[in-house]
Design a protein around this ligand. Structure first.
Ligand SMILES: *Cc1c(COP(=O)(O)O)cnc(C)c1O
Length: 430
């Protein structure tokens, strides 16, 4: 497989961008080698600058639930762009996307559109603080909520810790307002509430943590969080940027039947264009400017072209059986991989929910917290990733990342993928 053009483009890119990329995971640092420069995509396939073709399971890290260059999404974009890209004034398209979401989601009443997942979470944290008039937030180790300052923290060594910054440039004083605890640990949360009584504005969680492995939580645990938040007048914040519209139209709230106080969406909501959103009850949302005193704004918020792409994509997601079919395909892929790889070694696992899957090399039956992930096992993923690339299968370039099955994946794609896995795993296990 030729990589010359990608290599040349990467050399050039390194002159312009730190590490040659505009977002760090693209740099292939954790799997080694040169990132592929992608030229085009159609359906479930992508082509790189050297003309190599791949079956794609990265899906731009989640947004492309219909696959690449979906005709309906593209038509909507083209039609809308004819009338101009942005006005800085309201358009009917914002109402249309909001209606589509709110008419099919009983967990939120009012929303605000923004332009990324990071922005959605950052703004909603401000809302939680403004609404509760409390400063501290509680987050879980292994949950990613974008790169805003107070959320770029990792756990210290105790049961309940203030975060340590996981990035230079984030003042200690900022992260002192962020409490970090382990996932799947009730005692840690209870201790945090005891220690910081009446100070915690919100508990923020990825209800389906999918940015550091797929750390599926027990429903009882999420219900426990709901209860302890209610008892303490703390807001429960579901960051559903990655799983929203992915495992069902009502995301994790609908999947578990748990009512959070604030929800954020991103990724799929924009049909491949930059859209994020936060939503809550009308009463909580009334605190947002211009109705309330929590300020938040955006020049390109509710951008008409992005709204049109979102409308087109979410309309497809609402088709009958859309999600059951995606889940069926994902199960078929996983079963086929287990079959073709004839794995005797119980260490190879694929965890999944809906159309999200995660490849792990572990003996554990469940992995529910970040500490349970064995960093050393990533050496197997590195080999697997390379061998799969060589066989025309594109996974996100990190063993901590999940993969996605999209509507465009065909049975032939899935079978081809399973065969490639069988061959690649044989090499990994050597
Ligand atoms: C991707 C993601 C974000 C950040 O979204 P961006 O659009 O990359 O800023 C935040 N939270 C979760 C759960 C995500 O998966």
């Amino acid at each position: 497989m030729k990589r010359e053009k990608s290599e040349a483009l990467f050399e050039k890119a390194k002159k312009y961008f730190p590490g040659g990329v505009n977002s760090p995971v693209r740099a292939f640092r954790s799997v080694g080698g040169t990132p592929l420069f992608i030229q085009k995509g159609k359906g479930s396939h992508i082509w790189d600058a050297d003309g190599n073709e791949f079956i794609d399971y990265c899906g731009s890290w989640g947004p492309l639930i219909l696959g690449h260059a979906n005709d309906k999404v593209n038509d909507a974009i083209k039609k809308t762009v004819e009338n101009g890209c942005t006005f800085g004034a309201p358009t009917a398209l914002e109402n249309e996307l909001a209606e589509l979401i709110l008419n099919n989601n009983k967990y939120i009443q009012k929303i605000r559109f923004v332009s990324s997942g990071t922005e959605a979470v950052m703004s909603a944290i401000r809302l939680a603080r403004g609404y509760t008039q409390r400063n501290k937030i509680l987050k879980f180790e292994g949950c990613y909520h974008g790169h805003s300052d107070s959320l770029l923290v990792k756990a210290g060594s105790g049961l309940v810790t203030f975060g340590n910054t996981s990035s230079a440039g984030v003042p200690e004083s900022f992260v002192n307002e962020t409490i970090v605890v382990s996932l799947n640990n009730e005692d840690a949360v209870k201790q945090a509430f005891a220690e910081f009584k009446d100070q915690i504005a919100c508990v923020i969680i990825e209800p389906i943590p999918a940015n550091n492995g797929l750390l599926l939580q027990r429903k009882e645990y999420l219900q426990f969080l709901r209860n302890i938040c209610t008892e303490n007048k703390t807001l429960l914040f579901f960051d559903e940027v990655i799983n929203g519209f992915r495992i069902g139209f009502e995301g994790a709230a609908g999947y578990y039947g748990i009512q959070p106080d604030i929800i954020t969406y991103g990724k799929i909501i924009g049909g491949g264009l930059p859209v994020g959103m936060y939503g809550a009850s009308a009463e909580i949302m009334a605190h947002i400017s211009p109705e309330g005193n929590v300020y938040q704004a955006g020049t390109l918020s509710g951008n008409p072209v992005a709204m049109a792409a979102g409308i087109a994509q979410l309309t497809e997601c609402l088709k009958p059986n859309f999600y059951t079919e995606l889940e069926r395909k994902t199960k078929f892929l996983i079963d086929s991989i287990y079959q073709t790889s004839k794995i005797q070694n119980s260490k190879f696992k694929i965890f999944s929910v809906g159309s999200i899957f995660w490849i792990a090399f572990t003996d554990a039956e469940f992995v529910r917290s970040a500490e349970e992930i064995d960093a050393d096992s990533m050496k197997y993923f590195r080999i697997l990733h390379k061998e799969l690339l060589d066989r025309g299968i594109y996974l996100g370039p990190s063993g901590y990342e999940v993969g996605f099955v999209c509507e465009a994946h065909t049975e032939a794609d899935l079978i081809r993928t399973a065969i490639a896995f069988g061959e690649a795993l044989e090499i990994v296990m050597k």
